[in-house]
Design a protein around this ligand. Structure first.
Ligand SMILES: CC(=O)CC(=O)SCCNC(=O)CCNC(=O)[C@H](O)C(C)(C)COP(=O)(O)OP(=O)(O)OC[C@H]1O[C@@H](n2cnc3c(N)ncnc32)[C@H](O)[C@@H]1OP(=O)(O)O
Ligand SMILES: NC(=O)C1=CN([C@@H]2O[C@H](COP(=O)(O)OP(=O)(O)OC[C@H]3O[C@@H](n4cnc5c(N)ncnc54)[C@H](O)[C@@H]3O)[C@@H](O)[C@H]2O)C=CC1
Length: 309
């Protein structure tokens, strides 16, 4: 019986996802990442519903999108201000907001999640939406560090579930990591690749391994910078200058951590250190824990390693 059910589901679901061209997108989480992804999707002609539990965050997200579009247009349409204004209006018309994901997923080709980096919270979200979204709808997570397989396991659409990992700030960073699990269908993977291309991004294909490509290399480097600073082997300012001028990185590790958000950094490292307690690369940073306890989460709270007020 289980064999039969499995095969019927597989047949139904693969026909359901054939040729999915993603036009209507629900993005859940209106923070830095969700707002950035919404901006890019709306400016490339997709209709976007941005969802957050907090209406103030949604208002701030739309305001931020408008501000960013204005900045972009100033340069891109320098000698055609009217065309620039039309571009902004078109993009903004493509964005609507909601506090109730369940009521908006009906019309979506893609539901992309960019909420807090917590497995249980992401699983609860997708398990609820799985019952409400149409059969063809693809689900994807923008997780930095969690297993896509684990998140997808809360749903019955394993073949229509993948990872779409964007980089901060989304409008400027050109990469998207596209992650297929062992259950992701080829059609779903192709749809996610095509969608990334439509957004004007370059994609790389990743396996569902912790941190995919970029974060698996980036986080150990940043954590080593924290340890260097904690040992007193360099000031944070000198370490940042050294990596910028010595390696040509646009930001040093402390500036970048403030930019990403120290809470997100900790969520990532806590997950990995729990899974690999003996690996010193993933060891806890007392300094990071203390800063988070003091509410210093980086740029978003006005203070992290540096002050932004
Ligand atoms: C944690 C994870 O899971 C994964 C991650 O994301 S890891 C983090 C990855 N991101 C990085 O590594 C970012 C590293 N930093 C950088 O690349 C650069 O510092 C940066 C792109 C953020 C800013 O570049 P910069 O040249 O120093 O900044 P700045 O001069 O302020 O901005 C450059 C232009 O972009 C525009 N811009 C800045 N932020 C923008 C945004 N969010 N949206 C639209 N435009 C923006 C500015 O208006 C400016 O435009 P003009 O040249 O027309 O004035
Ligand atoms: N900050 C970064 O540089 C990057 C973060 N990511 C990942 O993207 C995700 C989001 O990160 P950020 O945007 O930085 O976080 P953020 O803290 O700026 O935004 C998260 C938003 O999700 C909302 N939210 C939480 N639970 C919700 C729910 N159940 N339903 C609807 N909304 C909910 C919150 O109100 C908040 O506005 C995380 O998984 C993170 O690991 C991925 C790439 C880069």
């Amino acid at each position: 019986m289980a064999f039969f059910t499995h095969h019927v589901c597989r047949a139904l679901s693969s026909s359901a996802v054939r040729n999915v061209v993603i036009k209507h997108v629900t993005i859940i989480g209106g923070g830095q990442m969700g707002a950035g992804i919404a901006q890019v999707a709306a400016s490339t002609g997709h209709s976007v519903t941005l969802v957050d539990t907090n209406t103030d965050i949604l208002k701030a997200a739309v305001k931020g999108i408008e501000g960013n579009l204005k900045r972009m247009v100033k340069k891109k349409f320098a000698d055609k201000p009217e065309a620039g204004e039309e571009f902004i209006q078109k993009a903004l018309q493509n964005v609507s907001t909601s506090t109730d994901a369940g009521s908006v997923v009906q019309g979506s080709d893609l539901v992309l999640e960019a909420i807090v980096e917590n497995l249980k919270v992401k699983q609860d979200l997708f398990s609820g939406l799985d019952k409400l979204a149409p059969a063809h709808t693809i689900f994807a997570s923008n997780t930095s560090s969690l297993s896509i397989t684990d998140i997808a396991s809360s749903t019955n659409r394993l073949d229509r579930f993948g990872g779409l990992h964007f980089f901060n700030p989304v409008p400027l960073m050109r990469l998207v990591e596209v992650i297929a699990t062992s259950a992701t269908s080829q059609e779903t993977f192709d749809s996610l690749m095509n969608f990334s291309k439509m957004l004007g991004k370059t994609s790389v294909s990743c396996k569902d391994t912790p941190g995919f490509i970029v974060n698996r290399l980036l986080l150990p480097y940043i954590m080593e910078a924290f340890r260097m600073y904690e040992r007193g082997d360099g000031s944070k300012e000198d370490i940042d200058v050294a990596m910028k001028l010595g390696c040509g990185y646009p930001m040093g590790p402390f500036e970048l951590s403030d930019y990403v958000g120290l809470d997100t950094m900790k969520f990532i490292m806590d997950g990995w250190s729990a899974d690999n307690p003996d690996n010193p690369i993933f060891a806890q940073s007392e300094m990071l824990n203390k800063m988070i306890a003091e509410g210093k989460l980086g740029k978003k709270t006005g203070e992290g390693f540096y002050k932004y007020k």
